[in-house]
Design a protein around this ligand. Structure first.
Ligand SMILES: [Zn+2]
Length: 167
């Protein structure tokens, strides 16, 4: 896709933020990215992008409402359609994956909380991780452990449940 970087319009990037964050800033939203290994990108991108991700130095954009998933200080950028998986952080409609190794979604935390009043998904993931069954670096688009995202999702779901049960 030759037009994949055509979104780098200066108007859309807060220049002050970009300058502050240096070359680590997302070209679209200006937020600093988090570095991701080529190994992770290889599993995530559409086959036509396999070659470009050989280059080390790609960063992951964590902004929920930014369609850029990966970008490189050299100017390459990969958006949601360039990636094979649904990036939970950037999705609001089911299924919103939160754990890629064991397939937990945001809806599963909500269901469990509604049924039992609590959610043991983080504990189950922790147990699996301890047994060496996780592969976050090749399954999670962020290339890192999902537990932070899972805990945040559980907290949100608990808040929602509390508001629902005790108006
Ligand atoms: Zn971004």
């Amino acid at each position: 896709m030759s037009d994949c970087c055509s979104i780098k319009s200066p108007a859309e990037t807060t220049l002050a933020e970009t300058a502050k964050a240096g070359t680590n800033a997302c070209p679209k939203c200006g937020q600093p990215g988090k570095s991701v290994e080529s190994k992770t990108l290889k599993q995530m991108v559409q086959p036509r992008h396999l070659e470009v991700v050989n280059k080390p130095g790609f960063l992951f954009c964590r902004s929920a409402n930014c369609e850029v998933v990966y970008f490189h200080p050299d100017g390459n950028c990969l958006r949601k359609p360039d990636v094979r998986v649904r990036v939970g952080l950037k999705e609001t409609e089911d299924p919103v994956p939160i754990c890629y190794c064991f397939g937990f979604t945001e809806a599963m935390t909500v269901e469990e909380i509604q049924a039992t009043g609590k959610c043991a998904i983080p504990q189950r993931i922790t147990a699996e991780v301890k047994s060496g069954n996780c592969a976050c670096e090749i399954r999670n688009p962020q290339g890192s452990c999902c537990l932070g995202n899972v805990n945040a999702a559980v907290k949100e779901a608990m808040k929602g449940a509390a508001a629902h049960c005790f108006p």
